[in-house]
Unconditional design. Structure first.
Length: 301
C-alpha cells in the first residue's frame, strides 16, 4: 500500500480523486458531512464512470469524524468554497503538526480561510482543470482530463508522486497565484452564464448576447487581477475563456449543476469576490456584480 491520502469532501471531485488514488493502491480516506455521500462511499466505494461508459469501483474509508483520520499527513481539500470554513475546522482536529493541506478549490479566499485555522505553513495552493459530474452519491462521471498545477515546494513532493501514480497530469509552478487568477477569469466568464441560462458550456458561443457578456466578464476579472499585481497566464482573457468553452463544449459547469440540484453555489467566491476586489481598487465590475446577484437569487428558488 502506498501513501495514505485524506480527501476533504464527498462530492464530484472528491469521489473522482478517491477512485483514481485508490485504484493506484493508495489508502484513501474521505472526510465530509454529506450523509448520503458518506453512506454510498462506505457501502459501494468510490465509483467512477469513464468516457466509454465503463464503471469502476474502489474501496475507500469515508467518515464525518475527524478523529478517525487523525494523523494523516497529506490532505487534499476538494470542497466548495462556501464549505471551506467547515473543512478548516475539521482539519484542525486531525491534521498533524507536520501535515500539509493542499487546496484544489475554485474562487478566492480558500487559502486564507484554511490558513486561519491551520497556519500558513500547513496550507498549499493548487489549481485543477480536471472535471467530473456527480451522477448520484458516490458515483462520478469523468469530465475529461485536466492538469493539476501545484506550488513548487519540496513538501509537496508526496502529493505530486501520489497524483502522478494515479494517472493525473501534474505540473509544479512557481506562481500558483497567477494560475488561480487565470482560472478565476475563466470561471467568472463561463459558470454564472451557464447556470443562469441552464445550458452546457458550448452554447455560450452560439448565442451572440451570451458570447458578448462572457467577454465582458472575462475582461472585468482580468482588470481586477492586474490591479492585484497578478500576471495572468494568458494575454487575451476573452480568447482564453472562449478556448475553454470550445474544449469543454459538452460539459455542464459545476455552478449549473449546483443550481440544477438546488445546492449552494460558489458565486460569492467567484463573481462576488471579483466585485469586492474591484471595489477595493475603484474598478467598476457591473457584469460580475450582476451575475453575482442573479445567481444568488436563482439559488434561492
Amino acid at each position: 500500500m502506498k501513501e495514505d491520502v485524506l480527501l476533504v469532501g464527498t462530492g464530484a471531485l472528491a469521489t473522482l480523486f478517491a477512485a483514481r488514488l485508490s485504484a493506484a493502491d493508495h489508502s484513501v480516506h474521505l472526510l465530509g458531512t454529506w450523509q448520503e455521500g458518506l453512506q454510498a462511499l462506505q457501502k459501494n466505494g468510490a465509483r467512477l464512470l469513464d468516457a466509454n461508459g465503463n464503471e469502476y469501483a474502489s474501496q475507500v474509508h469515508a467518515t464525518d469524524d475527524p478523529r478517525e483520520v487523525s494523523g494523516i499527513r497529506h490532505a487534499i481539500v476538494l470542497v466548495k468554497s462556501w464549505q471551506t470554513g467547515r473543512a478548516a475546522r475539521q482539519l484542525k482536529e486531525c491534521l498533524p503538526s507536520d501535515g500539509l493541506a493542499l487546496s484544489l478549490q475554485n474562487g478566492l479566499g480558500n487559502h486564507e480561510t484554511l490558513a486561519r485555522d491551520l497556519g500558513s505553513a500547513r496550507v498549499a495552493l493548487g489549481i485543477t482543470t480536471t472535471g467530473g459530474t456527480l451522477l448520484e452519491p458516490g458515483l462520478v462521471r469523468t469530465g475529461g482530463e485536466g492538469i493539476i498545477s501545484i506550488e513548487r515546494k519540496p513538501a509537496l513532493g508526496p502529493f505530486e508522486a501520489a497524483l502522478r501514480s494515479s494517472g493525473f497530469e501534474v505540473d509544479s509552478v512557481d506562481d500558483a497565484q497567477s494560475l488561480m487568477w487565470g482560472k478565476l477569469v475563466i470561471n467568472s466568464a463561463i459558470n454564472p452564464l451557464t447556470a443562469l441560462l441552464q445550458v452546457p458550456n458550448g452554447e455560450l458561443l452560439v448565442h451572440p448576447g451570451a458570447r458578448k457578456m462572457m467577454a465582458a466578464l472575462a475582461i472585468e476579472t482580468a482588470k481586477v487581477a492586474h490591479a492585484e499585481h497578478v500576471l495572468l497566464p494568458f494575454e487575451d482573457p476573452v480568447r482564453a475563456a472562449e478556448d475553454v468553452v470550445r474544449e469543454t463544449a459538452a460539459n455542464y459547469s459545476s455552478m449549473f449543476q449546483d443550481i440544477k440540484r438546488g445546492a449552494p453555489t460558489e458565486i460569492d467566491a467567484i463573481c462576488g469576490a471579483v466585485a469586492g476586489r474591484g471595489d477595493k481598487h475603484g474598478i467598476p465590475t457591473p457584469y460580475n456584480h450582476a451575475c453575482w446577484k442573479l445567481v444568488q437569487e436563482a439559488s434561492l428558488n
